[in-house]
Design a protein. Structure first.
Length: 132
């Protein structure tokens, strides 16, 4: 059973996402790493939600920068926990783009964790609380 699905807006974000995936897999957490742009591949995103969102304990992690529609897309179309961990290449990127992750419409709860290692740690704590 997959516990965590990391969805990147682009395959170019995979190296960043590996910083979340690797510590989780080291703790025997099942992780899927996929790419689907909310802007360019919405049907693919919906297929991912349909496949993995049936399990209410699945956690979606979205890795998307710039105009981060991916996080809101997953939060708005599933009932699963969604954690955004946006990759920023520079402080200018961060200052310009962080608001697209933090400011979500109503009924689209997205947790935001900027550091990929902290994201993995938070997921471990969530998973532990689900089994307690």
């Amino acid at each position: 059973m997959t516990n965590v699905v990391i969805v990147c807006g682009s395959e170019s974000d995979f190296s960043f996402a590996e910083q979340i995936k690797n510590p989780l897999e080291a703790e025997n957490v099942s992780v899927e790493l996929l790419a689907a742009s909310a802007h360019k591949e919405a049907p693919k995103g919906l297929e991912i939600i349909k496949k993995f969102g049936k399990n209410p304990k699945t956690i979606f992690v979205t890795v998307a920068g710039r105009s981060n529609a991916l996080s809101g897309f997953f939060a708005g179309n599933s009932n699963n926990i969604v954690i955004a961990c946006p990759p920023f290449k520079s402080l200018d990127d961060y200052n310009t783009d962080i608001h697209s992750t933090l400011r979500m419409p109503s009924s689209t709860p997205v947790l935001t964790i900027l550091d990929p290692k902290n994201c993995a740690l938070a997921i471990m704590r969530i998973l532990k609380s689900q089994t307690s």
